[in-house]
Write a protein that binds this ligand. Sequence first.
Ligand code: C2E
Ligand code: MG
Ligand code: MG
Ligand code: MG
Length: 283
Amino acid sequence: ITMYRAKAAGGNRYELADARAIARHNLTNCLPTALENGEFFIEYQPLVRLADGTVRGAEALVRWLHPVHGVLGPDQFIPLAENTGLIVPLGRWVLEEAARQARAWRSDGEGPMRVNVNLSPSQLRCPTLVADTVAVLRNAGLDASALCLEVTENALIGADEKELRPLRELADLGVDIALDDFGTGYSNLSYLRRLPVSTLKLDRCFTRGMQQAPADPVDVKIVEGIVSLAHTLDLSVTVEGVETGNQAEHLRLLGCDTAQGWYYARPGPPERLHTLSLADAAS
Ligand code: C2E
Ligand code: MG
Ligand code: MG
Ligand code: MG
């Protein structure tokens, strides 16, 4: 409310309210009803095994169909949901929905299609995370191994053993844990050994230099180094932001395991995955 009040800045001069702050404020206000009204939806982006080009699964990416503003991306509302605590019910909804979808793909004879779901820092701290996840998997009739939870490197910085316990429990149950946006956070790599993760998701900024030939030699060296480190620690490497065939081929040769990006498919409705894996089967 204070944001609406133009502050007197002395004399006749007024400071105009910050339009972006107002927008944030309004969006925050309608977040809770948006969840009740079913205004959120999920797009899926395939994850492709580089060795043979087959679709292994998909990442669930949430969007908000706002009645006035149209489709909003997660960067526009996840931080607001995080600040207000709504991220916990929203994140649980995404998990339920994605698990149900993964189950549907399997029932459609899609094979062992896996689904990746992003977890926010508040969800990690939620005391019912393990129980909720187990319940969602059970209700969907899905194996733990069909789920991969993506946690950003930044969310885990400084986490002690107690804070990591829920993730470790989930990992012990067979849920795959991926370290998202890897390379953008902590620089001390020794902490990787302590984390219950099975996959590194290399941030887009490292693969950007490989879109065109010749590739940026420094980026090539970095990716090479990370792949070798990951494989030494028995972790698989997923690369994000693959936009060209050049990049895909180069990353395959560097030993990356899985790729995701516009070159294969943009995020889209769940039916798209069906078409993609059929194309797979035909080729
Ligand atoms: P992320 O998990 O790193 O997801 C990858 C982002 O890169 C997605 O953006 C995706 O659309 C985009 N992307 C994929 N391929 C390409 C490409 O080839 N080129 C380029 N330039 N971009 C590509 P999106 O959908 O806007 O999501 C942004 C972030 O929002 C995600 O980053 C994730 O951190 C967060 N997010 C999305 N859904 C959820 C959710 O359900 N819960 C939480 N907590 N966070 C979410
Ligand atoms: Mg992610
Ligand atoms: Mg990522
Ligand atoms: Mg990212």
